[in-house]
Design a protein around this ligand. Structure first.
Ligand SMILES: *[C@@H]1O[C@H](CO)[C@@H](O)[C@H](O)[C@H]1NC(C)=O
Ligand SMILES: *[C@@H]1O[C@H](CO)[C@@H](O)[C@H](O)[C@H]1NC(C)=O
Length: 139
């Protein structure tokens, strides 16, 4: 009885340590604004880096948002699929993630047929991590 209790507690400790470790990573985005011409497609780069080597974002929640918009949602991925019910209509049918590269920490956003109104600051979030990528659309 006692043995199992100790086992259970140990298991709990390990699980806590492992899930906690996910939060010790960081997100890498470009250091300069991304410049693009109106009408083109663009990639907003964002990469998950975990010091423990687990960069896999395939089963993580990935959120792209613009805090100056309402609704702020640009793209939402959870439970291994896109869940864009709350997406800002400006971005409808224009956003995607690189599904095959999520496991390598590539959580970059592809945005097609960019508009001048897409100019803004995009927050890339995974777990409790976030970084902001500035997009500037020119004529
Ligand atoms: C993410 O994957 C796409 C498609 O392979 C690639 O074009 C892009 O450069 C990658 N971005 C990063 C930051 O690795
Ligand atoms: C985006 O962020 C940059 C850097 O913080 C800031 O200079 C710029 O005004 C912001 N742009 C918008 C559209 O909020």
């Amino acid at each position: 009885m006692k043995y199992y209790l100790v086992r259970a507690m140990f298991f709990l400790l390990v699980v806590t340590a492992v899930s906690g470790a996910d939060d010790t990573g960081y997100l890498v985005g470009p250091t300069k604004p991304v410049l693009i011409a109106e009408g083109d497609d663009v990639i907003l780069p964002c990469t998950l880096k975990n010091p423990n080597g687990n960069n896999n974002a395939f089963d993580k929640t990935v959120e792209w948002s613009r805090l100056d918009l309402n609704p702020k949602e640009v793209h939402f991925y959870r439970n291994i699929r896109d869940e864009n019910a709350d997406q800002n209509t400006n971005y409808k049918e224009r956003t995607s993630l690189f599904r095959d590269d999520l496991e390598n920490g590539n959580v970059s956003l592809k945005l097609t047929r960019v508009k001048l109104a897409d100019t803004g600051n995009y927050t890339c979030s995974v777990l409790s991590l976030e970084t902001v990528i500035q997009l500037i659309v020119g004529k």
